[in-house]
Design a protein. Structure first.
Length: 101
């Protein structure tokens, strides 16, 4: 029988996202979230004066580029693509709104 999904709150760039994951993926998901947050913090220290969307975009680009060079197994990261798409859409919307101002 299929195990029920676990709902967790993912904190990325001062925002909360409720996501559902397989219980056996929880450690990998939380580790990935910590890694993204650490990278955002690193970019904040390195590039003072930028806004959070810039840091988020840089961290996600760093993460995605690393994914291409590491041999990660896709079945453990199936949740990542839709979540990254949501974040990308939010960034696009924010950038579009800034252009209109």
């Amino acid at each position: 029988m299929n195990e029920p999904l676990l709902t967790i709150t993912a904190q990325i760039a001062h925002r909360s996202y409720r996501i559902k994951i397989k219980p056996e993926d929880e450690e990998a998901v939380r580790s990935t979230l910590r890694l993204i947050q650490e990278k955002i913090s690193e970019f904040q220290k390195q590039f003072a004066g930028k806004d959070m969307q810039d840091f988020l975009a840089m961290a996600l680009l760093w993460f995605a580029a690393g994914r291409n060079t590491e041999n990660l197994q896709p079945q453990h990261n199936d949740w990542l693509v839709p979540e990254l798409q949501k974040i990308e859409n939010m960034i696009d919307e924010c950038l579009h709104n800034q252009v209109e101002k």
